[in-house]
Design a protein around this ligand. Structure first.
Ligand code: THU
Length: 134
């Protein structure tokens, strides 16, 4: 369990609000993501596309940028929505991004209910693996 109380409704609202800022003229698939940090901040991000489709920035990219721009720390809980406001699972690359900054017991709202980061990215490669080489 995360060490902070998670207000899932507040996270859902923050994710929906972030989604309204999406720049997705190519896919027409706006995404908003929000997270609660271990120290109680709510951060968010939206997807930002560009003409070179493959260089699209997912909502999670903006979110981890905001994590660092607003003081760093670790993610205790995460919520992502599509353009209809429905729960969206983070893509594979973004699961890795979120894993990097997870707090112990980090939870994600998923289409199957609340899951832990370890359930969403099992058997993950992470910073611990690099420590083994030093
Ligand atoms: N997208 C995200 O922002 N996050 C995800 O985890 C899934 C996909 C965006 C990228 C692209 O702008 C659009 O959704 C369609 O793939």
């Amino acid at each position: 369990m995360p060490t902070v109380d998670v207000d899932w409704d507040a996270l859902e609202q923050a994710a929906k609000q972030a989604m309204e800022n999406a720049y997705a003229p190519y896919s027409k698939f706006p995404v908003g993501a929000a997270a609660l940090t271990e120290d109680g901040r709510i951060i968010s991000g939206c997807n930002v596309e560009n003409a070179s489709y493959g260089l699209t920035l997912c909502a999670e990219c903006a979110l981890v940028g905001q994590l660092h721009m607003s003081g760093g720390g670790r993610l205790a809980a995460f919520y992502c929505v599509d353009g209809q406001g429905n729960i969206l699972m983070p893509c594979g690359r973004c699961r890795q991004l979120l894993y990097e900054f997870r707090a112990p017991g980090m939870q994600l709202m998923t289409t199957q209910g609340i899951k832990t980061m370890d359930q969403v990215l099992p058997d993950a490669f992470g910073p611990e693996n690099l420590e083994e080489t030093t």
